[in-house]
Ligand binder design. Sequence first.
Ligand code: 26A
Length: 346
Amino acid sequence: MSYPLVCLGNPLLDLQVDVESDFLRKYDLKDNDAILAEEKHLPIYGEVLQNKSLQLLAGGAAQNTARGAQYILPENSVVYFGAVGKDVYAEKLTEANTKYGLKTQYQVLEEQSTGKCAALIYNHHRSLVTDLGAANHFKASHLQKPENWEFVSNAKYFYIGGFHFTVSPEAIQLLGKHAAETNKVFAINFSAPFIPQFFKDPLDAAIPYTDFVIANESEAAAYAESHSLDLAPTDVVGIAKHIAQLPKVNSARSRTVVFTQGTEPTVVVTTVDGELVVKEYAIRELSADQVVDTNGAGDAFASGFMASLVLGEDVSKAVSRGQWAASVSIQCVGPAFPFPKVEYSA
Ligand code: 26A
Protein backbone atom coordinates (compact mmCIF):
# COMPACT_ATOMS: atom_id res chain seq x y z
CA MET A 1 0.00 0.00 0.00
CA SER A 2 1.49 3.29 -1.05
CA TYR A 3 -0.05 6.53 0.20
CA PRO A 4 2.09 9.60 -0.61
CA LEU A 5 1.05 11.66 2.45
CA VAL A 6 1.26 10.52 6.08
CA CYS A 7 -0.28 12.75 8.78
CA LEU A 8 0.07 12.47 12.55
CA GLY A 9 -2.05 14.12 15.23
CA ASN A 10 -4.67 13.90 17.94
CA PRO A 11 -7.99 12.48 16.71
CA LEU A 12 -10.81 14.40 18.42
CA LEU A 13 -14.54 14.69 18.13
CA ASP A 14 -15.62 18.33 18.06
CA LEU A 15 -18.60 19.26 20.20
CA GLN A 16 -19.42 22.48 18.39
CA VAL A 17 -21.86 25.00 19.86
CA ASP A 18 -22.71 28.67 19.48
CA VAL A 19 -22.06 30.62 22.67
CA GLU A 20 -22.33 34.16 23.97
CA SER A 21 -19.37 36.08 25.37
CA ASP A 22 -20.51 35.53 28.97
CA PHE A 23 -20.02 31.77 28.52
CA LEU A 24 -16.40 32.41 27.45
CA ARG A 25 -15.82 34.82 30.36
CA LYS A 26 -17.28 32.36 32.85
CA TYR A 27 -14.59 29.84 31.93
CA ASP A 28 -11.86 32.42 31.48
CA LEU A 29 -11.56 31.72 27.74
CA LYS A 30 -10.41 33.95 24.89
CA ASP A 31 -12.68 34.43 21.85
CA ASN A 32 -10.10 32.79 19.62
CA ASP A 33 -7.78 30.21 21.10
CA ALA A 34 -7.02 26.50 21.46
CA ILE A 35 -6.13 25.12 24.87
CA LEU A 36 -5.96 21.91 26.86
CA ALA A 37 -8.82 21.66 29.36
CA GLU A 38 -7.89 22.26 32.99
CA GLU A 39 -9.98 21.10 35.95
CA LYS A 40 -11.99 24.35 35.90
CA HIS A 41 -13.01 23.76 32.27
CA LEU A 42 -14.42 20.26 32.71
CA PRO A 43 -18.05 21.39 33.35
CA ILE A 44 -18.00 22.85 29.81
CA TYR A 45 -18.53 19.39 28.29
CA GLY A 46 -21.69 18.79 30.33
CA GLU A 47 -22.96 22.25 29.41
CA VAL A 48 -22.40 21.88 25.67
CA LEU A 49 -24.22 18.55 25.62
CA GLN A 50 -27.32 20.45 26.84
CA ASN A 51 -26.93 23.18 24.22
CA LYS A 52 -29.51 23.09 21.41
CA SER A 53 -27.01 24.21 18.80
CA LEU A 54 -24.71 21.22 19.51
CA GLN A 55 -23.18 19.51 16.47
CA LEU A 56 -20.86 16.52 16.65
CA LEU A 57 -18.16 16.91 14.03
CA ALA A 58 -14.96 15.09 13.22
CA GLY A 59 -12.10 17.28 14.45
CA GLY A 60 -8.50 17.05 15.58
CA ALA A 61 -6.38 19.59 13.73
CA ALA A 62 -4.12 17.24 11.73
CA GLN A 63 -6.99 14.86 11.10
CA ASN A 64 -8.91 17.78 9.59
CA THR A 65 -5.92 18.53 7.38
CA ALA A 66 -5.62 14.86 6.40
CA ARG A 67 -9.32 14.64 5.49
CA GLY A 68 -9.10 17.87 3.50
CA ALA A 69 -5.99 16.78 1.62
CA GLN A 70 -7.68 13.48 0.73
CA TYR A 71 -10.73 15.48 -0.41
CA ILE A 72 -8.49 17.21 -2.97
CA LEU A 73 -6.20 14.33 -3.99
CA PRO A 74 -6.89 11.11 -5.92
CA GLU A 75 -8.13 8.21 -3.77
CA ASN A 76 -5.65 6.39 -1.53
CA SER A 77 -3.40 9.43 -1.13
CA VAL A 78 -3.48 10.13 2.62
CA VAL A 79 -3.08 8.02 5.75
CA TYR A 80 -3.54 9.38 9.27
CA PHE A 81 -2.14 8.16 12.59
CA GLY A 82 -3.40 8.96 16.09
CA ALA A 83 -4.91 7.23 19.11
CA VAL A 84 -8.62 6.72 19.85
CA GLY A 85 -10.76 4.71 22.25
CA LYS A 86 -13.23 2.04 21.30
CA ASP A 87 -16.46 4.02 21.57
CA VAL A 88 -19.19 5.86 19.65
CA TYR A 89 -16.96 8.92 19.33
CA ALA A 90 -14.38 6.88 17.43
CA GLU A 91 -17.18 5.48 15.27
CA LYS A 92 -18.24 9.05 14.41
CA LEU A 93 -14.68 9.86 13.36
CA THR A 94 -14.43 6.77 11.22
CA GLU A 95 -17.74 7.65 9.56
CA ALA A 96 -16.45 11.09 8.54
CA ASN A 97 -13.05 9.79 7.45
CA THR A 98 -14.68 7.10 5.33
CA LYS A 99 -16.84 9.71 3.62
CA TYR A 100 -13.68 11.59 2.59
CA GLY A 101 -11.79 8.40 1.71
CA LEU A 102 -9.18 9.03 4.42
CA LYS A 103 -7.27 5.92 5.49
CA THR A 104 -6.68 5.75 9.25
CA GLN A 105 -4.23 3.58 11.13
CA TYR A 106 -5.44 4.41 14.63
CA GLN A 107 -3.85 3.08 17.77
CA VAL A 108 -7.00 1.82 19.51
CA LEU A 109 -6.87 1.97 23.32
CA GLU A 110 -9.82 0.11 24.75
CA GLU A 111 -9.44 1.47 28.27
CA GLN A 112 -9.46 5.15 27.15
CA SER A 113 -12.20 7.29 25.67
CA THR A 114 -11.75 9.11 22.40
CA GLY A 115 -10.63 12.72 22.83
CA LYS A 116 -13.08 15.59 22.52
CA CYS A 117 -12.88 19.28 21.80
CA ALA A 118 -15.50 21.81 22.84
CA ALA A 119 -15.54 24.15 19.84
CA LEU A 120 -17.20 27.30 21.16
CA ILE A 121 -18.29 29.55 18.34
CA TYR A 122 -18.78 33.21 19.15
CA ASN A 123 -19.35 35.56 16.20
CA HIS A 124 -16.73 34.51 13.66
CA HIS A 125 -14.30 33.31 16.34
CA ARG A 126 -13.72 29.90 17.82
CA SER A 127 -12.42 28.95 21.24
CA LEU A 128 -11.29 25.32 21.42
CA VAL A 129 -11.05 23.45 24.72
CA THR A 130 -9.67 19.95 24.42
CA ASP A 131 -9.79 16.87 26.60
CA LEU A 132 -7.29 14.64 24.80
CA GLY A 133 -8.39 11.31 26.28
CA ALA A 134 -7.00 8.40 24.24
CA ALA A 135 -5.16 10.78 21.89
CA ASN A 136 -2.78 11.59 24.75
CA HIS A 137 -1.53 8.01 24.85
CA PHE A 138 -0.29 7.61 21.28
CA LYS A 139 3.09 5.89 21.23
CA ALA A 140 5.89 5.98 18.67
CA SER A 141 6.01 2.18 18.92
CA HIS A 142 2.65 2.12 17.09
CA LEU A 143 4.37 3.63 14.02
CA GLN A 144 7.16 1.08 14.28
CA LYS A 145 4.85 -1.92 13.91
CA PRO A 146 5.65 -3.45 10.52
CA GLU A 147 2.09 -2.99 9.20
CA ASN A 148 2.30 0.73 10.03
CA TRP A 149 5.93 1.39 9.14
CA GLU A 150 5.12 0.17 5.63
CA PHE A 151 2.95 3.30 5.20
CA VAL A 152 5.79 5.44 6.53
CA SER A 153 8.43 3.94 4.28
CA ASN A 154 6.18 4.20 1.21
CA ALA A 155 5.18 7.83 1.89
CA LYS A 156 6.89 10.85 0.31
CA TYR A 157 5.40 13.64 2.47
CA PHE A 158 4.79 13.96 6.21
CA TYR A 159 2.54 16.43 7.98
CA ILE A 160 2.62 16.77 11.76
CA GLY A 161 0.04 18.74 13.71
CA GLY A 162 1.86 20.86 16.31
CA PHE A 163 -0.67 19.81 18.94
CA HIS A 164 1.03 16.41 18.86
CA PHE A 165 4.09 17.97 20.57
CA THR A 166 2.03 17.62 23.75
CA VAL A 167 1.68 13.88 23.16
CA SER A 168 4.61 12.12 21.49
CA PRO A 169 7.65 14.20 20.57
CA GLU A 170 9.31 10.81 20.13
CA ALA A 171 6.97 9.88 17.26
CA ILE A 172 7.65 13.27 15.65
CA GLN A 173 11.43 12.73 15.95
CA LEU A 174 11.07 9.27 14.41
CA LEU A 175 9.24 10.62 11.35
CA GLY A 176 11.46 13.70 11.08
CA LYS A 177 14.64 11.63 11.08
CA HIS A 178 13.20 9.19 8.56
CA ALA A 179 12.19 12.06 6.27
CA ALA A 180 15.62 13.72 6.46
CA GLU A 181 17.50 10.46 5.89
CA THR A 182 15.41 9.55 2.86
CA ASN A 183 15.07 13.10 1.44
CA LYS A 184 11.31 13.19 1.90
CA VAL A 185 9.28 16.29 2.70
CA PHE A 186 8.59 16.98 6.39
CA ALA A 187 6.06 19.67 7.35
CA ILE A 188 4.86 20.83 10.75
CA ASN A 189 2.18 23.23 11.86
CA PHE A 190 2.53 25.15 15.14
CA SER A 191 -1.24 24.65 15.66
CA ALA A 192 -1.71 27.03 18.62
CA PRO A 193 0.21 29.73 20.53
CA PHE A 194 0.61 27.45 23.56
CA ILE A 195 2.77 25.06 21.51
CA PRO A 196 5.74 27.43 20.91
CA GLN A 197 5.07 28.86 24.37
CA PHE A 198 4.98 25.74 26.56
CA PHE A 199 6.32 22.98 24.27
CA LYS A 200 9.33 24.94 23.09
CA ASP A 201 11.91 22.20 23.63
CA PRO A 202 10.25 19.41 21.62
CA LEU A 203 9.33 21.97 18.95
CA ASP A 204 12.93 23.21 18.74
CA ALA A 205 14.13 19.62 18.50
CA ALA A 206 11.88 19.01 15.48
CA ILE A 207 12.64 22.23 13.55
CA PRO A 208 15.95 20.92 12.08
CA TYR A 209 13.99 18.21 10.24
CA THR A 210 11.39 20.56 8.79
CA ASP A 211 11.14 21.50 5.12
CA PHE A 212 7.93 23.45 5.72
CA VAL A 213 6.77 25.29 8.83
CA ILE A 214 3.16 26.45 8.73
CA ALA A 215 1.61 28.70 11.38
CA ASN A 216 -0.62 31.71 11.86
CA GLU A 217 0.25 35.18 13.10
CA SER A 218 -0.58 34.59 16.77
CA GLU A 219 1.53 31.39 16.83
CA ALA A 220 4.38 33.30 15.15
CA ALA A 221 4.13 35.97 17.86
CA ALA A 222 4.16 33.30 20.60
CA TYR A 223 7.28 31.78 18.98
CA ALA A 224 9.05 35.18 18.93
CA GLU A 225 8.22 35.72 22.58
CA SER A 226 9.20 32.29 23.90
CA HIS A 227 12.47 32.39 21.93
CA SER A 228 13.20 35.97 23.10
CA LEU A 229 13.69 37.11 19.50
CA ASP A 230 14.66 40.74 19.25
CA LEU A 231 11.65 41.37 17.02
CA ALA A 232 8.22 42.85 17.49
CA PRO A 233 5.65 40.06 17.94
CA THR A 234 3.81 41.57 14.95
CA ASP A 235 6.91 41.32 12.70
CA VAL A 236 5.76 38.14 10.96
CA VAL A 237 8.28 38.54 8.14
CA GLY A 238 11.16 38.90 10.61
CA ILE A 239 10.00 35.86 12.60
CA ALA A 240 9.61 33.81 9.40
CA LYS A 241 13.12 34.82 8.30
CA HIS A 242 14.51 33.71 11.66
CA ILE A 243 12.89 30.27 11.44
CA ALA A 244 13.84 29.85 7.76
CA GLN A 245 17.52 30.22 8.71
CA LEU A 246 17.60 27.79 11.64
CA PRO A 247 19.87 24.75 11.19
CA LYS A 248 18.54 22.04 8.86
CA VAL A 249 19.50 18.37 8.78
CA ASN A 250 18.57 17.66 5.16
CA SER A 251 20.51 20.24 3.16
CA ALA A 252 19.09 19.00 -0.17
CA ARG A 253 16.43 21.72 0.01
CA SER A 254 15.94 24.90 2.00
CA ARG A 255 13.22 25.47 4.56
CA THR A 256 10.05 27.36 3.65
CA VAL A 257 8.08 29.19 6.35
CA VAL A 258 4.42 29.93 5.67
CA PHE A 259 2.50 32.28 7.97
CA THR A 260 -1.21 32.84 7.46
CA GLN A 261 -2.71 35.96 9.02
CA GLY A 262 -6.49 35.66 8.94
CA THR A 263 -7.74 38.10 6.31
CA GLU A 264 -4.27 39.64 5.87
CA PRO A 265 -1.88 38.30 3.19
CA THR A 266 -0.09 34.96 3.63
CA VAL A 267 3.66 35.45 4.13
CA VAL A 268 6.13 32.96 2.66
CA VAL A 269 9.86 33.07 3.37
CA THR A 270 12.44 30.74 1.89
CA THR A 271 16.13 30.76 0.98
CA VAL A 272 17.19 30.69 -2.66
CA ASP A 273 20.95 30.51 -3.38
CA GLY A 274 21.68 31.62 0.16
CA GLU A 275 19.40 34.68 -0.08
CA LEU A 276 16.16 35.06 1.86
CA VAL A 277 13.16 35.56 -0.41
CA VAL A 278 9.92 37.01 1.01
CA LYS A 279 6.60 36.76 -0.79
CA GLU A 280 3.11 37.82 0.22
CA TYR A 281 -0.13 36.45 -1.19
CA ALA A 282 -3.48 38.20 -0.71
CA ILE A 283 -6.25 35.90 0.52
CA ARG A 284 -9.59 35.14 -1.15
CA GLU A 285 -12.07 37.54 0.33
CA LEU A 286 -15.42 36.35 1.62
CA SER A 287 -18.34 38.59 2.48
CA ALA A 288 -19.51 38.49 6.12
CA ASP A 289 -22.60 36.49 5.19
CA GLN A 290 -20.47 33.80 3.47
CA VAL A 291 -18.60 33.10 6.71
CA VAL A 292 -20.20 30.20 8.58
CA ASP A 293 -17.42 29.61 11.12
CA THR A 294 -13.62 29.63 11.21
CA ASN A 295 -13.26 26.32 13.09
CA GLY A 296 -10.72 24.40 10.98
CA ALA A 297 -9.82 27.27 8.64
CA GLY A 298 -6.10 26.92 9.34
CA ASP A 299 -6.28 23.13 9.01
CA ALA A 300 -8.02 23.55 5.66
CA PHE A 301 -5.25 25.90 4.51
CA ALA A 302 -2.74 23.18 5.37
CA SER A 303 -4.87 20.61 3.46
CA GLY A 304 -4.71 22.60 0.26
CA PHE A 305 -1.03 23.40 0.78
CA MET A 306 0.01 19.79 1.42
CA ALA A 307 -2.21 18.38 -1.34
CA SER A 308 -0.59 20.78 -3.77
CA LEU A 309 2.92 19.68 -2.77
CA VAL A 310 1.85 16.05 -3.28
CA LEU A 311 0.60 17.04 -6.76
CA GLY A 312 4.10 18.36 -7.48
CA GLU A 313 3.04 22.01 -7.67
CA ASP A 314 5.23 24.95 -6.65
CA VAL A 315 4.88 26.91 -3.41
CA SER A 316 2.87 29.79 -4.91
CA LYS A 317 0.31 27.29 -6.23
CA ALA A 318 0.35 25.50 -2.87
CA VAL A 319 -0.51 28.78 -1.11
CA SER A 320 -3.27 29.43 -3.64
CA ARG A 321 -4.75 25.96 -3.07
CA GLY A 322 -4.41 26.46 0.68
CA GLN A 323 -6.25 29.78 0.56
CA TRP A 324 -8.92 28.23 -1.66
CA ALA A 325 -9.41 25.28 0.73
CA ALA A 326 -9.65 27.64 3.73
CA SER A 327 -12.28 29.77 1.99
CA VAL A 328 -14.30 26.65 1.12
CA SER A 329 -14.12 25.24 4.67
CA ILE A 330 -15.03 28.60 6.27
CA GLN A 331 -18.33 28.36 4.38
CA CYS A 332 -19.09 24.98 6.00
CA VAL A 333 -20.12 24.15 9.56
CA GLY A 334 -16.98 23.11 11.46
CA PRO A 335 -13.77 21.70 9.97
CA ALA A 336 -15.42 20.24 6.87
CA PHE A 337 -15.69 20.42 3.08
CA PRO A 338 -18.85 20.38 0.95
CA PHE A 339 -20.36 17.37 -0.82
CA PRO A 340 -20.85 17.02 -3.74
CA LYS A 341 -17.21 18.01 -4.04
CA VAL A 342 -16.17 21.41 -5.31
CA GLU A 343 -13.06 21.74 -7.48
CA TYR A 344 -10.19 24.15 -7.02
CA SER A 345 -10.12 27.18 -9.27
CA ALA A 346 -7.16 29.55 -9.42
C1 26A B 1 -3.85 19.20 22.13
N1 26A B 1 -4.93 20.00 21.60
C2 26A B 1 -5.34 21.12 22.40
C3 26A B 1 -5.49 19.71 20.36
C4 26A B 1 -6.55 20.43 19.80
C5 26A B 1 -6.98 20.09 18.50
N2 26A B 1 -6.43 19.10 17.79
C6 26A B 1 -5.43 18.43 18.39
N3 26A B 1 -4.97 18.71 19.62
N4 26A B 1 -7.34 21.46 20.22
C7 26A B 1 -8.20 21.74 19.22
N5 26A B 1 -8.00 20.90 18.19
C8 26A B 1 -8.70 20.82 16.92
O1 26A B 1 -8.44 21.96 16.16
C9 26A B 1 -9.40 21.97 15.14
C10 26A B 1 -9.52 23.34 14.55
O2 26A B 1 -8.31 23.74 14.03
C11 26A B 1 -10.21 20.78 17.05
O3 26A B 1 -10.65 19.44 17.18
C12 26A B 1 -10.69 21.44 15.77
O4 26A B 1 -11.30 20.54 14.87
